[in-house]
Design a protein around this ligand. Structure first.
Ligand code: ARG
Length: 467
């Protein structure tokens, strides 16, 4: 028989003749995680109640009682004294029931012209807007750390790689600024996503809108939204904004993961390009000598989680008929985990980057023996009139000869170099140094020191403008 005890009855229990099965109760409830939305749920309810009074659906006194009651409930939630009830399914019904128990009749009017469907869509948007802003701030800190690293070592040169084979010398600052650019685009993507997140679904009700004369615009304004959603079915039925955020977050993680991979390589004895700060490394329980780069390794690993959540949310959405379906409840655990994982990863990497100590001696050593200035020699010969393809061939042969003799291009005598082309002069030796090589790469966006100085100034200015 129906359990009609007011204390235990579901808010939707009227048409039911049998109590919810225990397994179903456990299976459907989401309050153990969606209570994270409580602050936003209450903000939405306050705005909705005030508007209901403005348009005359409830009285001003009723709205005031609702707002006061909600404020008390929020205080209890924040003090962790609030009694969450799994039998009330989710954060929305928990708060609504607590309100009715606390203030009586007016509390039962709060849900007028509203559904949990537009309510939860609103809550998630409010939550995500705040998290986007927090993540944006953390990315700013990470970018600042990259810029500081670039500024701290203006002339430092290391091998640049393609195929993880030594390719051409590049400035450390140029390398740091490459990541700056990636995170700049990431912040652009988040800002773009935020514009679509920041629209208010309230007033869409269950799926079709409502007959009450709601003032949707004023609710949206009060909640800091840029406007209202245009179609009620779409507003309660889609979570594309969650997917967009998760995609932007997955790219942040992919960028962090590439940086992590480089740091893991660079911290190895084989590269030795950086010393990682002790405070950001861990040891081995068996090998006393070990100092392991667990932080970048974990960031690299957690990237997989975020990519998985993105794929998971897309899979939840793909087969859903309009409008709301309970499947959509599955968006939240993924979203919460993405938000936490990305924020933690960005924060810890900003701290790590700020404390990186590049090792000039090891970079110097790695600049030898790999013929990193072979392109410079070919370019030099082009300057003396050789067609590039010919110059490439000639220098290739010189490299092969050096390899046989265990020498470097810079070890060749002027006579030997003149064997490549009679046009070779004394000035060739400057071209063959790492410094000469980077200085030559003056195209905009290249690694020449004055270009990198310009890029650094631009990066600083951008950070100042963007905050
Ligand atoms: N907990 C639900 C969710 O997260 C709230 C909306 C439920 N609506 C419904 N009609 N069952 O999606």
């Amino acid at each position: 028989m129906a359990d009609k005890d007011a204390k235990t009855a579901k808010p939707w229990g009227g048409r039911f003749r049998e109590a919810t099965h225990r397994s179903v109760e456990r299976f459907t409830q989401s309050v153990h995680y969606d209570r994270r939305l409580a602050r936003h749920d209450i903000a939405g309810s306050r705005a909705h109640a005030r508007m209901l009074a403005r348009v005359g659906v409830i009285s001003e006194a009723e709205a005031a009682a609702i707002v006061r009651g909600l404020d008390e409930i929020l205080a209890e939630i924040e003090a962790e004294t609030f009694q969450w009830r799994p039998d009330l399914e989710d954060v929305h019904m928990n708060i609504e029931r607590a309100l009715a128990e606390r203030i009586g009749e007016p509390g039962k009017k709060l849900h007028t012209g509203r559904s949990r469907n537009d309510q939860v869509a609103t809550d998630v948007r409010l939550f995500l807007r705040e998290e986007i802003d927090r993540l944006d701030g953390l990315l700013h800190d990470l970018q600042s750390a990259l810029v500081a690293q670039a500024e701290a070592h203006p002339g430092l040169v290391l091998p640049g790689y393609t195929h993880l084979q030594r390719a051409q010398p590049v400035l450390w600052a140029h390398h740091m600024l490459a990541y700056f650019e990636m995170f700049k685009r990431d912040r652009g993507r988040l800002a773009d996503c935020r514009r679509r997140v920041n629209l208010c679904p309230l007033g869409s009700a269950a799926l079709a809108g409502t007959g009450f004369p709601l003032d949707r615009e004023s609710v949206a304004r009060e909640l800091g939204f840029d406007g209202i959603t245009a179609n009620s079915l779409d507003a309660v039925g889609d979570r594309d904004f969650v997917v967009e955020f998760e995609a932007a977050a997955a790219l942040v993680m992919a960028h962090l993961s590439r940086l992590s991979e480089e740091l893991v390589l660079w911290a190895s004895a084989e590269f030795g390009f950086v010393e990682l700060p002790d405070g950001f490394c861990t040891g081995s329980s068996i090998m006393p000598q070990k100092k392991n780069p667990d932080v970048p390794e974990l960031v690299r690993g957690k990237t997989g989680r975020v990519i998985g959540h993105l794929a998971g949310t897309l899979a939840v959405l793909k087969g859903l008929p309009l409008a709301y379906n309970r499947d959509l409840q599955e968006d939240k655990e993924a979203l919460f985990d993405v938000v936490d994982t990305v924020a933690d990863s960005v924060e810890v990497m900003a701290g790590l980057v700020a404390r990186l100590a590049p090792r000039e001696d090891r970079m110097r050593a790695a600049l030898r023996g790999g013929f990193l200035t072979a392109t410079d020699l070919a370019d030099y010969l082009v300057g003396k009139g050789l067609p590039f393809r010919e110059a490439h061939e000639v220098v290739g042969r010189a490299v092969a000869a050096c390899l046989d003799q265990g020498r470097e291009l810079a070890d060749l005598s002027l006579e030997e170099l003149r064997g490549l082309s009679p046009a070779v002069d004394e000035d060739v030796f400057e071209v063959l140094t790492p410094e000469g090589s980077v200085a030559a790469r003056r195209t905009p966006g290249g690694t020449a020191p004055d270009r990198v100085a310009e890029a650094l100034a631009e990066a600083r200015a951008w950070l100042g403008r963007r905050g």
